[in-house]
Design a protein. Sequence first.
Length: 258
Amino acid sequence: MTPHEWKQLAGWVADRMKEYTRPYVTPMRTANDYGVRLLGTGSYVAASERRILVTAEHVIRGKTEVHNQFWGLETVFHVLEPFVFDVPLDVAFAPIRSEIWNAEPHSALTISFGRFAIKHEPLRDELLFFRGFAGENAYYGFGIHEANATGYCSQEPHAPPLAPELFEIIWKPEKMEFTSETSDEMQKKMTHADPHGLSGSLVWNTRYVEKCAADEMWRPEDAVVTGLLQRYAAERETVVALKVEHLRAWLEPQLAPD
């Protein structure tokens, strides 16, 4: 396979994953008398008959008012329940009340906790994907806050990770390309130089390379959550994520039925 053919395939996977993950993701915002500001990214997860909003702890740190939004709905909601968080791990979640989830018709969906991998162990050169809201693509004006989501597909670098509980994803803006299904309008509106705001995004192991190696058909439904995006390591040209096993080890006791 030529590099051009591989890029085309990776773009096709990215487009499928963008569509698939769209209902799960929300921009995290805060507001004051002067405007609305993007904080980061959150995802809706279902576990033990509860709906929760998962993000990184530093996204909501020190914020007394946090807003979320459901896909297909312009209404913005306050996150009413307090966040449960762990500072060293940089993870957080807040319960989403049923009366908020069901307040208005929307197209948002929750990720079943069963879709979280037991461990971060993608094949070498596997395609990893995340969808989030970068601050460079969020604008406030005339009383309206527009946050455009970024879908990003890349791979792990062939280098030792920063820490055993972390993994990295290559982030090289000068080599990024829009997929073939990205409209001309969106290409004009979107930039991809600064990943700040993507923190809190769930990272998916697409399992595309794994399925191809097994000579099996790939579908977006084959993807599993493999981590939580936490920060940008500019000097390494990567974004850094917490491995899913550490996220699970923290979340599972918190979500155990009473």
